[in-house]
Write a protein that binds this ligand. Structure first.
Ligand code: DX5
Ligand code: ZN
Length: 223
């Protein structure tokens, strides 16, 4: 049974495990979930679409065993058509693919839905918002990259984040808008003002000694 995304409208923080302690993933995930986190962001990188390699289906299988949180799987890979199903079988609840990697995105979205997951499209900072204009209303969540994908701990690109304003006008209130990269206590209020309601944070949480306090600091910044 797949976990559904929380209804749009509530602001959700989605910790990215990219910055977590990979020697203790289960306890890291349990810790953030004990702070009321409902979505865990999994950064999948293939060393081709982005200059880094991270995790594959076996790791998702392991993570699935330790949490009921929504496994929000961000595919930074050149061939999501081949691999998406394996992530879904491994336990992914939500699949986000890069518009730069799929020729017929509307068909791909239908294919993913038939596999029982919620679906998202994402775009790199240099990709104009128009590239997803027709596609984003078909999605459950749209991910706006606010750094160049590949690494955690990079600086927030405000110009990229501003795409949220127009995307919100295209999708309305029911579709989640997720932002990813450089989100912390300073940038979180900015992106929510732009229309985002799902905030991926890696370094701002797992780069801090006290994860719970780091999550609370972001929540306080949004209050
Ligand atoms: C970057 C990933 C992001 C990254 C965010 O390619 O897609 O999810 O982990 O990390 P921070 O929050 O550290 O910028
Ligand atoms: Zn990501």
């Amino acid at each position: 049974m797949k976990q559904a995304l929380p209804k749009a409208g509530t602001v959700q923080i989605a910790p990215s495990i990219l910055s977590a302690d990979f020697a203790n993933l289960a306890s890291e995930i349990k810790l953030v979930v004990s702070s009321g986190i409902e979505i865990i962001h999994l950064d999948v990188m293939d060393g081709h679409f982005v200059p880094n390699i991270t995790i594959g289906p076996p790791v998702v299988q392991g993570i699935r065993k330790c949490t009921r949180a929504v496994l929000d799987t961000h595919l930074m890979i050149t061939d999501p058509g081949t691999y998406a199903e394996r992530f879904i079988e491994a336990g992914s609840d939500h699949i986000t693919f890069h518009i730069e990697t799929v020729d017929r995105p509307a068909e791909f979205i239908q294919y993913l839905r038939r596999l029982g997951v919620t679906v998202g499209v994402t775009l790199n900072p240099e990709t104009p918002a128009e590239a997803i204009r027709d596609i984003c209303p078909l999605c459950d969540m749209v991910l706006v990259m606010t750094v160049h994908p590949g690494f955690g701990g990079q600086s927030f690109i405000d110009e990229a984040a501003r795409k949220c304003v127009r995307i919100r006008s295209w999708v309305g209130p029911e579709v989640r808008i997720e932002v990813d990269g450089g989100i912390d206590t300073k940038t979180a209020p900015i992106v929510v003002r732009y229309g985002a309601d799902t905030l991926v944070a890696g370094n701002a949480i797992f780069g801090q000694p006290d994860r719970k306090a780091a999550i609370q600091a972001i929540r306080d910044a949004l209050a």
